[in-house]
Design a protein around this ligand. Structure first.
Ligand code: NI
Length: 137
């Protein structure tokens, strides 16, 4: 990398640093903290770039939930029908007796994709989830 490198120091809780070092170790020998931090920063910046106002994006939302949760499936269904012009596909996987994983593909302006995604993520009973945005422009 023929670039000048700037140094900065980072403060973090020791347990977080321990976990981070575990991640660094998994990347292989010869990989150091700085390289992993650079990768993480690049990933974060890429994600930011994708949400330029008005940009058309494809969002892939992955959620995990317990299908026994009170009328949760119904609520998730309702949100998806309400936004059927934006939601282009969904994939439902029955992970075990209780757990479901769903991948929902949302297409449209970044702002709307995020709004729909947050509605789904904010539905009571959705245990966790993550939205990944990709530009199509
Ligand atoms: Ni299921």
């Amino acid at each position: 990398m023929g670039q000048n490198l700037s140094r900065f120091s980072v403060a973090m809780p020791s347990d977080l640093l321990e976990r981070f070092d575990g991640l660094v170790a998994k990347r292989g020998t010869g990989i150091n903290r700085s390289e992993v931090v650079r990768d993480l920063v690049r990933d974060a910046l890429d994600e930011e770039d994708v949400v330029v106002p008005g940009a058309h994006v494809m969002g892939t939302l992955t959620i995990v939930f317990d299908h026994h949760g009170s009328d949760l499936q119904e609520k998730l269904h309702e949100i998806q029908h309400k936004h059927c012009e934006s939601i282009v596909a969904s994939l439902h996987i029955h992970v075990d007796a209780h757990t479901c994983l769903e991948v929902i593909v949302i297409k449209g302006q970044a702002e709307l994709v995020k709004v729909i995604s947050n509605q789904i993520l904010g539905t009571k009973g959705v245990r966790h989830g993550k939205l990944v945005l990709t530009t199509t422009d």
